[in-house]
Design a protein around this ligand. Sequence first.
Ligand code: SF4
Length: 383
Amino acid sequence: MNSINSTKTPGLYIHIPFCLSKCPYCDFYSLTSVSAVPDFLDALFKEMEMYRNRFNPIETVYIGGGTPSLLSPQQLEDMLISVKKNFDLISDPEITPEITIETNPADLSRSFLESMREIGINRINIGVQSFNQKVLDFLGRRHSVKHAISAIEDSRKVGFHNIGLDLIYSVPAQDIDSWLDTLKQAVDFSPPHISCYQLTLEAKTPLGIRYRAGEFLIPGEELQYAFFMKTSEFLEDAGYIHYEVSNFARGKEHTSRHNQKYWNHSPYLGLGPAAHSFHGNQRWWNHRSLDQYLAAIKGGNLPVEETETLTMEQLRLEALYLGLRTKKGISLQDFENQYHYDLFTEKKKILAKLEEEGFISIQNGYLYPTQTGLAVADSFSLI
Ligand code: SF4
């Protein structure tokens, strides 16, 4: 059993900045040439040494990207050995460290999956995105529906219990029925965790450029809202808790412990290009370009591009914004203890208005987003 109090222990994020091909909607930093992987890993291990024991005990390790599953099992094993050499993974009979890898279904051969289990990875996120081949083709994914199905089945067979599927909705040419069909197929596998992300088209990505050239339409606001609400309704009916705007779990014990650290101001250390870290009132982030990252480490420096110190007011606003993205909501007393601010009194008028309009509810000392509130959670930054 995982203790709820464990959420304030630190998490470690490792960014693998490589992908075998670039998806046309993706704005993340990643390179399609893998020739620099060995240099990157050497630098990453040095970066771990630079932070040695500064974030102990680590409760969660999240290997994300990019596409971590394009690394070899040996490279991933070396990475975890380096993690254990430089940090203490939490050791508590009640808390098992959560060690997650993000994967592309095309990489998940049975032997790769077996190796992941053997080296101690206990949570796998599979980037299924859709069970509709046309949607996968539109998204320019390098895996097929067939890959996705065998990846899920084989993950189970090799002993992964904690499996998460990532899906994308609001894709052009996808209507609600075809999206519900994807959700149905996902639920048929009964994965403990499902993330549903709305497709966003960033201006400079190839899909963003094609959209601006008028090649296709994207769902308008009303349809996007309908996608969101149908998703929530469908998955809740299927027994999932809609615990964060984009995240669903088949029970509290299957929520992503790592992601919760981002939402509740727990400390986390991000390693690798473009990775962000947070501790106390400090946030810092690494150089986005691999070359700059490698050069900094070669020169014996942390590859940090910038650091910001958050004021109490900024921390408060973030906590409010992030808290209202989670079903757990915000405990008014905890908020006051941590941020020295009586939210209920100070924001009385606006909270009453949001409650009247059906976006939040205030009960038993907690501020909760309603389903409608979750759908428009991005605009809560304006409170
Ligand atoms: S695999 Fe993921 S990180 Fe890589 S290009 Fe595609 S969406 Fe971006």
